[in-house]
Design a protein around this ligand. Sequence first.
Ligand code: ADP
Ligand code: MG
Length: 236
Amino acid sequence: MANKNKVLALTGIERHYGQGETTLSILKEANFSLEAGETVALVAPSGTGKSTLLHLAGLLEHPDAGEVWIGGTACGGLPDEKRTAIRRNSVGFVYQFHHLLPEFSALENIMMPQLIAGLSMKEASERARQLLDYMRIGHRADHRPAELSGGEQQRVAIARAVANAPLVLLADEPTGNLDPETASYVFSALEALVRQSGLSALIATHNHDLASRMDRCVTLREGKIIDYDPRKPVQP
Ligand code: ADP
Ligand code: MG
């Protein structure tokens, strides 16, 4: 089956929210797939279902129907422990707000997922230092999140997301909370890291310039995930 060769595939996804008497259909027979090493931007207005889609793809939620495939495995019917293991080993997540642990340093935040995955302190700290250096914040290793700027916090969050060398990186408006200049810098760092490590990535963003730097863009329309050209004028 073709989905077996994809890093991520969504097939026939349905997601509906009940709103009193009415039902809000966010995703209807939505299909999507991501090749190994491919980077895709998800560009769509607020409230159209970007976060919903990313949460489904990251196994944080179940769809009402359809299947989510990660690394060729159909994940819908798996027990929770298996889904958690796949999420930990195969998916890296970056949110709009960094969600770093406030009591821990930048270095420790990046070590954490590696320690949970069973690496030694030495291995985890070496990899965390490499990632911090790569993101050009090696000199901030011992700072706690509150002692970092917004751009630095996001660079730590990106390093943490890739610390376990996931199959796929899912990012939900990772630069949406930053000023334009910082957003561009952080996005470049993210892009370089993804390309250098051959990661696949699905990145939700409102920024058309940043989106156009990805291999491909998709948007959400009437519950479907469709290809989209960010250089064409935006429809009213
Ligand atoms: P986006 O990330 O594109 O802004 P979301 O995926 O967060 O969009 O939300 C899509 C729509 O689904 C919104 O209208 C939102 O209000 C609705 N929604 C999201 N989560 C829930 C929920 N748990 N219950 C009801 N409605 C929800
Ligand atoms: Mg959102």
